[in-house]
Design a protein around this ligand. Structure first.
Ligand code: GAF
Length: 397
């Protein structure tokens, strides 16, 4: 149902206790502490983060928890309640980038990135439990990285700011895991606050917490996890990124963020003969503009007016950036036909999740319409739940 799957607030203390108990069962002693970092959805600003542009994610109530203790022998031990296999044991001085290294390479990469940055991080034991859906475009990887960074920051009294921890987590993903992602997901996991969307300028990393209390306005934001992840996605992300960089070079700017919306027609004319790059540039420039328009609406208290901007963002990702897929399009089209105010894919694309802005009273019918459309099309049942703007990474025990 539209309301069943979010993690109820009452479950959180229980989860922290459970995670600590699992730690004790695995490692034979109670942990020093337990930390949490959330998954995210992005409200608007897609693929803009590696173009120095604007993004606007919000944290989900779904979190990855880490129970952890420091070790004095230079050994890192990692264990996950959600992964098969036992304890992964690594020596800090032997950590090397491991592309395609499996789940443990995310936390291991964070420790590596911290040490590379000269931070005095020693060994640790960590046990993870997560309610962030994996492979759903909801940034379970960033949650895993950021919760690791925060736990080590506290265990070793490193005193790093949340944004800095996000940068270290991004470096882990780029250089250790080998995924060329931008800074959005890690910043969302580290810096979001309850009841707000996070406006982030990815060029200078200035941030603003924008009040985003949909329930107070009789609105809902639904997440439709299509439960598909098309293989195409991995190489295509790097390809889009390279295309954007090519466009920036051709236009003589450091990043596409510098192309003003008002100058888009001249910019596109300058790329005649390169239709693919033209379309990528058009998406980035219009998407940055949509972020500014969404902020304008929210600042003016006109929340419902963001609906068409979200939908326009989807069309741009589908037609210009070409990273949607039939399941995402079906979720968006069906939700809109059933009366949603706006809908779009969220995250990297090629599967994963869509978000749907809807009047509270219409939410159940919209959810049902999407579920029925998936069944009629022969797709697996989507997972639909509500996105309530939740807290970024924090210590829970
Ligand atoms: C993925 C990446 F990790 C982010 O950095 C961002 O580029 C996003 O896709 C698209 O907006 O989540």
């Amino acid at each position: 149902t539209a309301h069943g799957a979010a993690v109820p607030a009452t479950e959180r203390p229980h989860r922290a206790q459970h995670t600590a108990a699992q730690f004790a069962a695995v490692y034979g002693a109670a942990p020093t502490g337990t930390w949490a970092a959330p998954g995210r959805v992005n409200l608007i600003g897609e693929h803009t983060d590696y173009n120095d542009g604007f993004v606007m994610p919000l944290a989900l109530p779904h979190t990855t928890l880490a129970a952890a203790s420091a070790r004095t022998d230079g050994v890192l031990r990692l264990h996950s309640g959600g992964a098969d296999g036992g304890i992964v044991e690594l020596r800090l001085d032997e950590l090397r980038p491991t592309p395609q290294g499996g789940w443990a390479s995310y936390p291991a990469g964070v420790v590596w990135a911290m040490r590379e940055a000269g931070l005095p991080v020693g060994g640790a034991d960590l046990h993870f439990e997560s309610t962030v859906p994996t492979g759903a475009g909801l940034s379970s990887s960033a949650a895993l990285e950021v919760v690791t960074a925060l736990a080590l920051n506290d265990l070793y009294a490193l005193g790093q700011e949340p944004q800095r921890l996000a940068q270290l987590a991004q470096r882990a993903e780029n250089a250790f895991v080998g995924v060329p992602c931008g800074i959005m997901d890690q910043t969302a996991a580290a810096c979001c606050t309850e009841g707000h969307a996070l406006f982030l300028d990815t060029r200078d990393l200035t941030r603003r917490q924008v009040p985003f209390d949909l329930a107070g306005e009789g609105l809902r934001l639904l997440v439709v996890d299509t439960r598909v992840k098309h293989e195409l996605g991995d190489g295509a992300y790097a390809e889009r990124r390279a295309g954007c960089e090519r466009g920036a070079r051709a236009l003589g700017v450091r990043a596409l963020r510098e192309v003003p919306y008002e100058h888009l027609p001249e910019g596109l004319a300058g790329l005649a003969g390169e239709p693919v790059v033209q379309a990528l540039v058009r998406h980035i420039v219009t998407e940055n503009h949509r972020v500014e328009e969404v902020i304008g609406c929210l600042d003016a208290g006109r929340t419902r007016a963001i609906g068409p901007l979200l939908t326009a963002g989807h069309a741009s990702l589908r037609d210009d950036f070409k990273i949607s897929c039939r399941e995402l399009d079906l979720a968006v089209d069906t939700a809109l036909a059933a009366g949603a105010l706006g809908a779009r894919m969220t995250g990297g694309g090629f599967g994963g999740s869509a978000i749907v802005l809807v009047e509270e009273a219409a939410a159940p019918a919209v959810g049902t319409a999407v579920t029925e459309a998936f069944a009629a099309a022969g797709h697996a049942a989507p997972r639909i739940f509500e996105a309530v703007a939740s807290a970024g990474a924090h210590r829970v025990a």
